[in-house]
Design a protein around this ligand. Structure first.
Ligand code: FES
Ligand code: FES
Length: 167
């Protein structure tokens, strides 16, 4: 039995320990904001946080989560108003939107580590997050805008209890 948290909610898992976290999030607890892109750790669409660090959930086995805290895009803010999400909206960062939850989760992790990132910091942190629509310039602009918001580096707010899956 693996015990962990997702967005502040205690969870238990006793299935295949090698199952990727992405499968669990989308198929077992219906947190579908995290996207499947390549399934091979190459695109970043599936990025979530484990203990505050950005990870590729398609490459994160359930067995690695014991005692850890997972945050998904749904857990970033109960209202969708995390400062990084606000900045994303202000610059109209998304085009089709498919990659954007992964981009936002990667950006939030960057801003926690580097509250005032340089262009080089942004490029280094974001280079593994692929956008087939080519929104990279707006993503960079959104990250810089978010860096001007004092709460951007604050820990993610604990949302109201989510539904679905074993508690
Ligand atoms: S789906 Fe996980 S990195 Fe592409
Ligand atoms: S906005 Fe379409 S893939 Fe990034």
């Amino acid at each position: 039995m693996i015990k962990f948290q997702v967005n502040g909610v205690s969870r238990q898992f006793d299935g295949d320990p090698e199952m990727p976290l992405l499968w669990y999030l989308r198929d077992e607890i219906e947190l579908t904001g995290t996207k499947y892109g390549c399934g091979e750790g190459l695109c970043g669409a599936c990025t979530v946080h484990v203990n505050g660090a950005a990870v590729r959930s398609c490459q994160t086995p359930m067995s690695s989560l014991a005692g850890k805290a997972v945050t998904t895009i749904e857990g970033l803010s109960a209202t969708g108003n995390h400062p990084v999400q606000q900045a994303w909206r202000q610059v109209n960062a998304p085009q089709c939107g498919y990659c954007q939850t992964g981009q936002i989760m990667q950006a939030v992790a960057l801003l926690k580590q580097k509250p005032k990132p340089t262009d080089a910091d942004i490029d280094a942190a974001m280079r593994g997050n692929i956008c087939r629509c080519g929104t990279y310039q707006r993503i960079r602009e959104a990250i810089k805008l978010a860096a001007t918001k004092p709460a951007a580096k604050a820990p993610a707010a604990k949302p109201a209890k989510t539904t679905g899956g074993a508690e």
